[in-house]
Design a protein around this ligand. Structure first.
Ligand code: F6R
Length: 602
């Protein structure tokens, strides 16, 4: 997602801003830009694609001596990744960079256009700089004009603004999107994440929502709700890798904890008050479509299986899910009334890409659910819904899976509305549950501690069975995959009702069964299946909102009134369990043996 940086000081500003932007590359972006004021002169450079393109554009430019600079990596939300849409956005004599979404930008834009302002980009951000200059034109001081601007913004933002009217000052505000300010002697830095300033500054203050102010060399004024605020900086880590992990032991752990916030990005502009909207889809995409085929590999395949339950149940459309490597060679029957959906975190998985090409040759319309824009699968597909999970570094996929499932759930409701298969009350229930998902994904400290303590009992045995029913069956498959990937212990996911058709023969005290027992879906059925295993002395770890006294171990999740909320919280539990077991076994969690993040071979 977008990254934001700023600098005030004597050093070469271009170099500092470009270096800082490179440190934020991991967040994902598709264009970048910088703006500098030194010697009272404004300069700016923007480029689509990688930061090296921006470096080339700015290669002849130097900015020594005292001055200010801001920079940005943009991950397109409103408007395509073009130079015009890249930040910084320019007014007549001011620049702004922004991370987040201004929800009332259309209203602001209209108001400004009515006053004769010309917009050059499609972004929500450009309104900020024009609004600032309009406020300034009323004759107030620049900081008052900035404050009045921020007061009009609704939504999430981290904003840095510079203007020729105050060429030694950076104005800043934060609400809902991350930003810190760091200091080193007289120099001041701003950034979305501390990786961008580690090595340059020794301490930082992490801004809180609703805070704003202005900074000059050696002076920072911070306010909250019109009141000046003192702030205390914290020491920054000295090691860059540690900083990228935001203090977590592994990227996978960081990514598990990030799931709550990335889910907001996945839903942004899509889950509206009483409907689901996908700007990226053509209204006629589903015309003539009578069935869906989903094709994917590994974790993405598990997301697809979950989606199929939702699509058939709520959108009443037949939906088949296939493992891409199997699909390619089975001579599948493909009819043009089938929508072909691929799911891929990387967008580069060779089997999925080839399956997509086959479907296209057979004349099928295609849609991909993908995390990487401009990847091969996105480019090959007719339509793409980006999952917006941000770069995933841990080889074992976590947040990519969560966001894939969310997109499939949203797509189900989108389609249910089109096909008129759900009444208004049911749609409202689904949308409400979606809005609660980020909360269900917050990792409670006590939950993590409990899983950590329990994990020591699960380092041996002759195997793990993860069992569940309905959508909790693909979650069981995914839980087992996570565990085997990073612990190298044997684990299988199984439909709970199938255990008695064979695998129950394995049951004894050394067979560990992780039972997914949601209250909102077939609780009594799965309870009976678990009791069958208990009767054969299998060791049971039950995950449920309700205590289950017969289990050997029990992890309590929060009570929720929707199965998807239970799904996401149980997903957290299975991810953390795999993580803690793997750490205890001394494995490399982020780079498990034999695995690659992007599987570009067959
Ligand atoms: C497991 C995992 C893999 C991938 C699979 C497909 O944690 O990440 O199973 O899901 O290799 O990759 P993508 O989603 O990139 O197509």
């Amino acid at each position: 997602m977008c990254g934001i940086v700023g600098y005030i000081g004597q050093k070469e500003k271009k170099e500092i801003i470009l270096d800082a932007l490179k440190e934020l590359e991991y967040r994902g972006y598709d264009s970048a830009g910088i703006a500098v004021i030194s010697d009272g002169k404004l300069n700016h450079f923007k480029a689509v694609g990688k930061i090296k393109n921006l470096e080339e554009k700015a290669s002849g430019f130097e900015s020594k001596g005292s001055g200010i600079a801001i920079g940005h990596t943009r991950w397109a939300t409103h408007g395509k990744p073009t130079e015009l849409n890249a930040h910084p956005h320019l007014g007549a004599f001011s620049y702004v960079v922004h991370n987040g979404i201004i929800e009332n930008y259309q209203e602001l834009r209209k108001e400004l256009i009515d006053k004769g302002i010309k917009f050059v980009s499609q972004t929500d951000t450009e309104s900020i700089v024009h609004l600032f200059e309009q406020n300034l034109a009323t004759g107030v001081e620049p900081f008052e004009a900035f404050k009045a601007t921020i007061n009009r913004l609704e939504g999430a933002y981290a904003v840095l603004l510079i203007t020729q009217v105050a060429p030694d000052t950076i104005f800043f505000a934060k609400n809902g999107s991350p930003m810190l300010l760091a200091r080193d002697d007289n120099d001041v830095y701003f950034a979305s994440s501390d990786t961008a300033v580690v090595g340059r500054a020794k301490e930082a203050y992490y801004l809180e929502d609703g805070e704003y102010g202005f900074a000059k060399t050696n002076s920072v004024k911070l306010y909250s709700k019109d009141t000046p605020k003192e702030f205390v900086t914290k020491p920054l880590p000295e090691d860059k890798t540690l900083a990228q992990k935001d203090g977590f032991r592994f990227f996978m752990e960081k990514e598990i904890y990030e799931q709550s916030s990335v889910m907001n990005d996945t839903m942004l502009g899509r889950v509206l008050e009483d409907t689901i909207e996908f700007e990226e889809l053509d209204k006629s995409l589903f015309d003539g479509i009578r069935a869906i085929k989903i094709c994917a590999c590994g974790t993405s395949y598990h997301a697809g299986l979950t989606g199929a339950y939702l699509l058939e149940r709520m959108a009443k459309i037949p939906c088949q899910v296939e493992i891409a490597s199997e699909f390619r060679y089975k001579e599948p029957l493909l009819t043009p009334d089938t929508l072909f959906i691929t799911i891929s975190q990387s967008g580069e998985t060779a089997d999925t890409l080839e399956a997509l090409k086959m479907a296209k040759r057979a004349g099928l319309k295609s849609l991909t659910i993908c995390n990487v824009d401009n990847s091969s699968i996105v480019r090959e597909s007719d339509y793409a819904i980006l999952t917006r999970a941000g770069i995933e570094k841990g080889v074992a996929s976590t947040k990519a899976f969560a966001t894939q499932v969310m997109v499939l759930w949203m797509l189900t409701i989108y389609l249910a509305q089109k096909r008129d298969t759900l009444d208004k009350e049911s749609i409202d229930t689904e949308l409400n549950a979606m809005r609660h998902t980020p909360k269900a994904l917050i990792v409670a400290r006590l939950l993590h501690e409990r899983i950590y303590r329990l994990s020591k009992r699960y380092l041996h045995g002759h195997g793990f069975f993860f069992i569940g029913r309905d959508i909790f069956y693909p979650l069981a498959l995914e839980g087992a995959l996570k565990l085997k990937e990073i612990s190298y212990l044997h684990a299988e996911g199984y439909p709970a009702g199938e255990m008695k058709h064979g695998p129950i023969a394995l049951a004894d005290a050394e067979l560990f069964t992780i039972a997914l027992m949601p209250k909102n879906m077939l609780y009594d059925k799965i309870k009976s299946n678990v009791e069958e295993l208990i009767a054969r002395d299998a060791t049971i770890l039950a995950i449920s909102p309700d205590t289950f006294g017969m289990a050997d171990d029990y992890i309590k999740i929060r009570h929720a009134d929707h199965p998807m909320l239970e799904f996401f919280e149980m997903m957290l539990v299975t991810q953390i369990l795999a993580l803690e077991i793997s750490i205890r076994l001394g494995n490399d969690v982020d780079m498990p043996r034999n695995l690659a993040k992007s599987v570009t071979v067959e």
